[in-house]
Design a protein around this ligand. Structure first.
Ligand code: SF4
Length: 364
């Protein structure tokens, strides 16, 4: 097991679930296990801890999800460039600790690392979607509130997911990760229905800000191996941080990526600038006061988030999109959580509407 846990809590109702059985089989013997009536109580912050959010990451809770698993990506609106992604929430929080991570604010009141043992209900929701719109293609991601593959060695969840998606031609699964946890994926055949995407940052950002994640080189190597094994692979340059050497470092990262993974094997590259709500910015700077990547000057955007000055981030988007176009002509590149005006500025056209872009990415 790559990440350390202090304790595992299992909701009584999930005692006999497949996931609880697998976790108990593989859990190191020194990690204590406790059965609880309601996992939600175990997910609450513990008041006398110095950093309740960090402590929550070390408390694994296997519990039922009481609300729907499937929802439209929260970024999707007429205001922002969007890819029509559907979010499947199978877990909440993450054992890694990136200094810019929005979970520091989003799950501050609920920081326990929850994995939902009733994920068969999620597959039921997907089945209903697939049957309701058999002529449409949907891209469904599990990496919104958690890393898709952290702890996959413990839960084996990816094996069930790949098996499900491999048998549905209009559903594409996107697993999003900052790990190189691919052993389970290499055992199964995705039959073209599974895409694994990595968030990539230059080594300088990895070292200062992406604690306990796999190195950029290890992520790229994992992508190369999965592409060879028949998986679609994709990359998110997100958040792009405008530090002094950023342009050089991000271009070097792209060059390394294209040297290791054949551009023809890459489905898309998304780009998004660092953005932080005032609450997230305060939490991040409080938890990581020495991180130089959090020290940049920013302006408050119209959506209430702090972003790098428009000319600085537009220059980075332009330079990177030009390098992608040069090294990998025809490779789809798009902006995430940026205005349609920014998209027009970088690509010379407004983004397609979310449903069309989602459909295109799900099929490509
Ligand atoms: S890997 Fe993703 S979910 Fe995990 S801490 Fe980093 S940004 Fe957050």
């Amino acid at each position: 097991m790559k990440f350390e846990l202090d304790r595992v809590f299992i909701e009584e109702a999930c005692r006999d679930s497949a996931i609880a059985r697998r976790v108990l089989e593989r859990l190191p013997s020194e990690v204590g296990v406790e059965y609880v009536a309601d996992g939600r109580a175990a997910a609450l912050p513990v008041a006398d801890q110095a950093d309740p959010f960090a402590a929550g990451k070390r408390r694994l809770i296997l519990m039922r999800r009481r609300s729907p698993f499937l929802m439209a990506c929260p970024a999707g609106s007429g205001e922002f460039a969007c890819c029509g992604y559907l979010v499947l929430t199978l877990a909440s929080n993450c054992p890694m600790d990136c200094s810019y991570c929005f979970l520091q604010e989003y799950v501050a009141d609920n920081p326990g690392f929850q994995i939902y043992a009733n994920y068969a209900d999620a597959l039921g929701e997907l089945e209903a979607l697939s049957r309701k719109a058999p002529g449409r293609h949907f891209r469904v991601g599990t990496g919104e509130l958690a890393d898709s593959l952290a702890f996959d060695g413990l839960t084996g969840l990816s094996l069930d997911l790949v098996d499900f998606f491999a048998r549905r031609s209009n559903l594409l699964l996107e697993l999003k990760t900052k790990t190189d946890e691919i052993d389970n994926l290499l055992k199964v055949d995705p039959r073209g229905q599974v895409l694994v995407s990595w968030t990539l940052s230059p080594p300088a950002v990895f070292q200062s800000s992406e604690h306990r994640s796999a190195s950029p080189a290890a992520r790229i190597e994992a992508a190369r191996r999965l592409a060879e094994a028949g998986y679609g692979v994709a990359f998110h340059l997100d958040p792009i941080i405008a530090y002094p050497q950023a342009e050089h470092d991000y271009l070097e990262l792209l060059d390394h990526l294209f040297a290791m993974v054949p551009p023809a094997a890459i489905r898309f590259i998304s780009m998004g600038g660092l953005r932080m709500s005032p609450g997230l910015r305060s939490a991040a700077r409080r938890r990581f006061p020495d991180d130089p990547m959090l020290a940049g000057e920013e302006v408050l955007s119209c959506d209430g988030r702090y972003r790098t000055f428009v000319p600085l981030r537009a220059r980075l988007f332009r330079v990177l999109s030009e390098r992608i176009a040069k090294q990998a002509p025809g490779l789809a590149a798009y902006l995430c959580m940026e205005s349609a005006t920014m998209s027009e500025r970088i690509f010379g056209r407004r983004p397609p509407n979310p449903a069309n872009l989602g459909e295109q990415l799900a099929k490509s």
